[in-house]
Write a protein that binds this ligand. Structure first.
Ligand code: NAP
Length: 459
């Protein structure tokens, strides 16, 4: 895939970028390694001062950064501004808490002294997706750099300007050159970067095939990986739920980022007793969504990020119909106004009557398409919630304490949110199980992924 900014709203090619040569990559790695030798010696206070400045700079330029993201991948501008603000927040969080998370931890043993010590590993590679071009990078970089590591970023090929802007923020904040670098490289260059013995570990947020490819390369080299992959999160609504709240959150939870979020609610599993009113209200709210230019602050749904994603969604919806599903809302981009048909727009869509054993029920829809299933009771809801290869997040709606406890215990996922949509939060660990990946970002657990957890024993 060429490294380029292509406006998904219009299809216009804005700028292309040459991938780095092997020689240029080697120079960047040398700079990163030199920077690491210095950076690992700096105090938490010094790192926190730089990271706090990163947070300030993000806020100072939030509109400009937001416009870059919206231009490159089409998220509504208000959501892009909120993403810059959240990126600033994760920098402040680790600036404030990293020293505590990585403080020596005394452990009582028969030794005169024994404790756990946390030390940085070195150069960490982050392979990142385009859907949250700032947030995904900062949630990696803030803990990694605060821990004393240095970061190199291979961002998605369709968000090069975002990637370069992020590198610039770290430099302007005072982090020495080499502590955080953006490498404009294609996916085919990742293997060579990982193979360099100075690169100690890697993290990838993205699709299953990309994750598996990086993990297998790293596995052969015995290098650690953290993988944040796809999801087909369930959104369970029991008859006891607050229906109005569940429906309006269902719309937000599915439509976030034009439907292109790993933790978007993708499968709505509704108890029979309230399924009909749930669907009626959901369909009304879907039809009222404003699809259009994402630079317009009133727009709720912008274009999909690339023509490939649009084609995938169209192919999946066609397959769903062939497998017996019915379309309740949307399902055809020619229903959109002609001016939107230049870009990668797809209408908000609801699929119903989905045979639970249909192949499509196992797939992730990375766009504004909701699958709605009916179930008779709680156990059937949990069984269906778990009936995919994924296990990222889950949202469940109930006002019954027994149902709540059973849902929390029974759903197989990295997080469960009761009467709320799934969201990442710097204070809480984030990550998946099953084919959604492994390892955790955020929280105290996230900063401990890329450190040497060293046991010390003094007899
Ligand atoms: P993708 O194709 O896997 O791309 C993600 C990143 O991986 C890009 O930088 C891409 O580079 C790179 N890449 C692709 N193939 C690679 C390979 N063989 N080796 C090394 N790097 C490779 O992902 P996507 O389809 O754009 O993103 C959507 C997926 O990401 C969805 O499944 C979504 O659920 C998941 N996601 C997960 C999380 C999470 O936190 N769990 C968050 C966001 C998204 P190029 O752009 O150059 O191809």
């Amino acid at each position: 895939m060429a490294i380029a900014t292509i406006n998904p709203t219009t299809g216009e090619l804005i700028q292309t970028f040459e991938p780095l040569s092997l020689e240029a990559i080697a120079q960047r790695l040398t700079l990163a390694q030199t920077a690491f030798e210095q950076h690992r010696q700096t105090s938490f206070a010094q790192r926190a001062a730089w990271m706090g400045t990163v947070a300030d700079l993000l806020i100072a330029c939030k509109e400009a950064h937001a416009k870059t993201m919206t231009l490159e991948m089409g998220k509504p501008i208000g959501a892009a501004i909120a993403e810059v603000e959240k990126s600033s927040m994760v920098c402040r969080f680790y600036a404030e808490h990293a020293a505590r998370f990585l403080a020596d931890t005394p452990i009582a043993t028969e030794a005169s002294q024994s404790w756990v010590k946390y030390q940085p590993l070195g150069i960490i590679l982050a392979v990142m997706p385009w859907n949250f071009p700032f947030w995904q990078v900062f949630r990696f970089a803030a803990p990694a750099l605060m821990a004393g590591n240095v970061g190199i970023l291979k961002h998605a090929s369709n968000v090069p300007q975002s990637a370069l802007a992020i590198e610039q923020v770290f430099l302007e904040a005072g982090f020495p050159p080499g502590v955080f670098q953006t490498l404009l490289v294609g996916a085919d260059q990742v293997g060579a970067i990982v193979a360099d013995e100075r690169v100690k570990a890697a993290t990838l947020t993205g699709s299953e095939p990309a994750g598996a490819s990086l993990a297998s390369t790293c596995g052969k080299l015995l290098k650690k990986t953290v993988l944040e992959l796809g999801g087909s999160d369930p959104f369970v609504v029991m008859a006891s739920a607050d229906l109005e709240a569940a429906v309006s959150t269902a719309v937000t939870a599915r439509m976030i980022n034009n439907g292109q979020s790993c933790i978007a609610a993708k499968r709505f599993i509704v108890q029979d007793a309230i399924a009909t009113p749930f669907l009626e209200k959901l369909a009304d709210q879907y039809r009222a969504l404003k699809v259009g230019d994402p630079m317009n602050p009133d727009t709720q749904i912008g274009p999909l990020a690339t023509p490939t994603i649009l084609t995938e969604i169209e192919t999946q919806v066609a397959a769903a119909v062939q497998q017996g599903c019915n379309i309740l809302v949307g399902g055809d981009r020619t229903l959109l106004p002609p001016e939107l048909q230049q870009g990668n727009f797809y209408p908000p869509t609801i699929l119903v009557d989905i045979p639970v054993d249909a192949a499509i029920a196992q797939e992730e829809f990375f766009g504004p398409v909701a699958m709605v299933f009916r179930v008779p009771d709680l156990e059937a809801a949990i069984q269906l919630a778990n009936a995919t290869p994924f296990g990222l997040g889950a949202s469940a709606w109930t006002q019954d304490d027994r149902e709540r406890d059973r849902l929390i215990a029974g759903i197989e996922s990295g997080c469960v949110f009761i009467n709320s949509m799934v969201k990442s939060d710097p204070r809480l660990p984030f990550g998946g199980i099953k084919r959604s990946g492994y390892g955790r970002e955020l929280g105290s657990q996230g900063i401990q992924e890329f450190v040497n957890i060293k046991s010390v024993w003094v007899a």
